[in-house]
Every structure is written in structure tokens, then in C-alpha cells.
Design a protein around this ligand. Structure first.
Ligand SMILES: CC(=O)[C@@H](O)[C@H](O)COP(=O)(O)O
Ligand SMILES: NCC(=O)COP(=O)(O)O
Length: 247
């Protein structure tokens, strides 16, 4: 069964736009959990454009023992203001999973994965640090990646396939090559002993095709499209629709 982890970044975007506490991140998480999601994802960025460190701490209390907690971030981005750095934050809240993403501040969103051959040695001590506190470690990778020996060597347990290009190709009606790259990357990762997650721009429209093509898909983390769809259909109903697609 593929776990649905709902990314709540966009709830925090809306909340921060007015400077108050509404819409409530806690209520959104509670609604998703009661609708049946298996996890919650957040991506606290150093510029705190949406998820803040105190959100991360609050969610850790709310989720503990109920659903998986996946925190994403760039492990090389240091502390800034009240953002303590990803490893420091993880040491505080001990999430189920840490997904390492090579995002820079200048990016409007995540748009690429790690080059595992080039980045493995730099990532190794950080992966060890997250493993030491009991977090499962997942590395964000591009579709088309085939050499997972470096990821295994440094102790990663999962990879998350960046599905942005797949979603774009799907929207243009030419999904073949993009989907085939995801399929091969998933196959090679599983062959190396890694479990496979996926995320970015997945939606009710494109998820079914992706899920059907990737045997053993462990988890999808979905936020932008899901929260947008929830504006029309309601958050609980939208989560249930995704669960039906994954069933
Ligand atoms: C890693 C990834 O693809 C997304 O999880 C990321 O969280 C998107 O970040 P924004 O919500 O800031 O666009
Ligand atoms: N890792 C992907 C994620 O958490 C959500 O990405 P998106 O659905 O907001 O594009």
C-alpha cells in the first residue's frame, strides 16, 4: 500500500499572508489524519516563506504515534534567524523520515535532485547524523538516476523521485519518456535495496498513471495540487479521493 503523506506547506503560505494563525496548520493536519492519510510532510526553508520552526515542533506533538512525519530540507543550509538548521531541528523533533533536498534559497520550489555520485561524500556525515537519531533517510533524486550504489553506501534507506518533469509531460499529453525514466529509476533503486518515494506536482489527474507504473511505490508526498483542489472540494474529501486513487 502506497502511503499518502500530505504536504502542508501551502496552508502555511495562506496563513502567513495575513500574519495570524488562520488557516490553522494543526486543524489542517488533524483533518488530513481523520480523513485517513498515512503521513504529514513539511518543508521548512531557511527563509521561512511558509513552514516555520515552531510549526515543525507543534506538528511533532500532534502527529506522534498517529501518522508518519516527513520533514524535507537542504541539509547544507545552515542556521538563519530562528531557523536552526535541518539536523538541529530533526534532533529536537525526531521525525519518522527526513527527505534531503538540494534546494537553494533562490528557487521558487524544488526543481532537481542530488547528483548522488558527486554529492554522496558531502552527504555521508549528515545522513549518519539523521540515522543516529532514528530518522529514516530519503534522498531526493531526478528521474533517470540509475546508479544508487553511492546512496546505499552512505546509509540512505529510500529515494524520492522528483516527479515535476513527469507531471509537466503528463499535462502536455506526452508522458512516455518521462514516465519511463521514473520507472527505470524506481526499478534500479529497488534493485539496490532502497525503497522508493515520489513527489512534486502529483495531482488527482496524474497520480493514477504514475502509481500503476511503479510497483512497490512506498510513499507519495503531495501538497500543492492537493491543497489547491481542496479549495473547491474540501480537504477531507480531497484526501479521501487521493486515497481511493492509491488503493
Ligand atoms: C521536495 C518537493 O518537491 C516538495 O516537497 C517541496 O516541499 C515543495 O516546496 P514548496 O512547497 O516550497 O514549493
Ligand atoms: N516531496 C513532494 C512534496 O512533499 C509535495 O510536493 P508538491 O505536491 O507540493 O509539488
Amino acid at each position: 500500500m502506497t502511503l499518502l503523506s500530505v504536504n502542508l506547506n501551502k496552508i502555511a503560505v495562506l496563513r502567513n499572508s495575513r500574519g495570524g494563525d488562520e488557516p490553522s496548520l494543526a486543524r489542517a493536519a488533524q483533518t488530513c489524519i481523520e480523513a485517513g492519510c498515512g503521513g504529514i510532510t513539511v518543508h521548512p526553508r531557511p527563509d521561512q516563506r511558509h513552514i516555520r520552526p515552531d510549526d515543525v515542533r507543534m506538528l511533532a506533538q500532534l502527529l506522534r504515534g498517529r501518522v508518519e512525519y516527513n520533514i524535507e530540507g537542504n541539509p547544507f543550509a545552515g542556521a538563519r534567524g530562528s531557523y536552526p538548521g535541518l539536523l538541529a531541528l530533526a534532533r529536537e523533533v525526531r521525525p519518522t523520515q527526513i527527505t534531503l533536498v538540494p534546494d537553494g534559497d533562490g528557487q521558487i520550489t524544488s526543481d532537481h535532485g542530488f547528483d548522488l555520485v558527486r554529492d554522496a561524500d558531502r552527504l555521508a556525515p549528515l545522513v549518519a547524523g539523521f540515522r543516529e537519531i532514528g530518522c529514516r533517510v530519503s534522498l531526493f533524486v531526478d528521474a533517470g538516476t540509475t546508479n544508487f550504489e553511492p546512496a546505499v553506501r552512505i546509509g540512505a534507506q529510500r529515494v524520492e523521485i522528483y516527479t515535476g518533469p513527469y507531471a509537466a509531460a503528463f499535462a502536455e499529453g506526452r508522458v512516455g519518456d518521462a514516465l519511463a525514466a521514473c520507472v527505470e529509476t524506481a526499478r534500479r533503486a529497488q534493485q539496490a535495496g532502497l525503497a522508493v518515494n515520489a513527489g512534486h506536482d502529483l495531482s488527482q489527474t496524474n497520480l493514477g498513471t504514475f502509481k500503476a507504473a511503479i510497483p512497490g511505490l512506498a510513499e507519495v508526498s503531495i501538497g500543492h495540487a492537493l491543497i489547491g483542489e481542496a479549495l473547491y472540494e474540501g480537504l477531507a474529501a480531497t484526501v479521501r479521493r487521493y486515497l481511493q486513487i492509491l488503493d
